[in-house]
Design a protein around this ligand. Structure first.
Ligand code: SF4
Ligand code: SF4
Length: 170
């Protein structure tokens, strides 16, 4: 499989375009790989477990309140530049619909009307907790969440490796 690669420094629009073209051309082939489908399945489950834990320990409510009252502040414009083409491709493999334009000029491109539009997020986004959260949530609960997020991030790493090895072989 080959296609002109983008780098981490490429503009986000080029990374998205690269991922969309790659997905259209080779997505079906990637999804025929049993290791990739298994890892996508495990990743979806791990993300679901992490999100449920965030709800269970009260982070989701704090963030909802923050977004409603203070407009949220952690998903600022520019954070989308942390994403590389492969992570955007993984979201396409997870059937995520990517936003076509920025919902709020001051926010990350991936922030939509109802929150982050991505299913699989960068480690920076997964690990971020602000003071509003650390002030209100028992640190032991945050440690327990971290363990679940660790599973999500490990699986994501393995998936990246597998997709990269398929691209090299192809
Ligand atoms: S992480 Fe902090 S700043 Fe971001 S939405 Fe949640 S409470 Fe607000
Ligand atoms: S969580 Fe989503 S919307 Fe927020 S900075 Fe990360 S990618 Fe952007």
């Amino acid at each position: 499989m080959s296609i002109t690669k983008v780098t981490l420094q490429s503009p986000i629009e080029e990374k998205i375009a690269w991922a969309e073209v790659f997905y259209r051309k080779f997505g079906e082939n990637l999804l025929k790989d049993k290791t990739i489908t298994l890892l996508l399945y495990k990743l979806k489950n791990a993300i679901s477990v992490s999100r449920k834990e965030m709800e269970a320990i009260g982070i989701t409510d704090i963030c909802r309140e923050c977004e409603q009252l203070d407009g949220g502040s952690c998903c600022g414009a520019g954070l989308e530049n942390k994403y590389n083409g492969s992570l955007i491709l993984i979201n396409l493999l997870l059937n995520v619909k990517l936003p076509k334009k920025r919902y709020n000029p001051e926010s990350c491109l991936f922030l939509g009307k109802t929150g982050c539009s991505l299913m699989s997020r960068h480690v920076i986004c997964v690990n971020y907790v602000c003071k509003k959260i650390t002030d209100r949530i028992d640190p032991r609960k945050i440690i327990s969440l971290r363990e679940k997020e660790g599973e999500e991030l490990n699986t994501l790493f393995l998936l990246h490796e597998r997709i990269n090895s398929c691209q090299v072989k192809g």
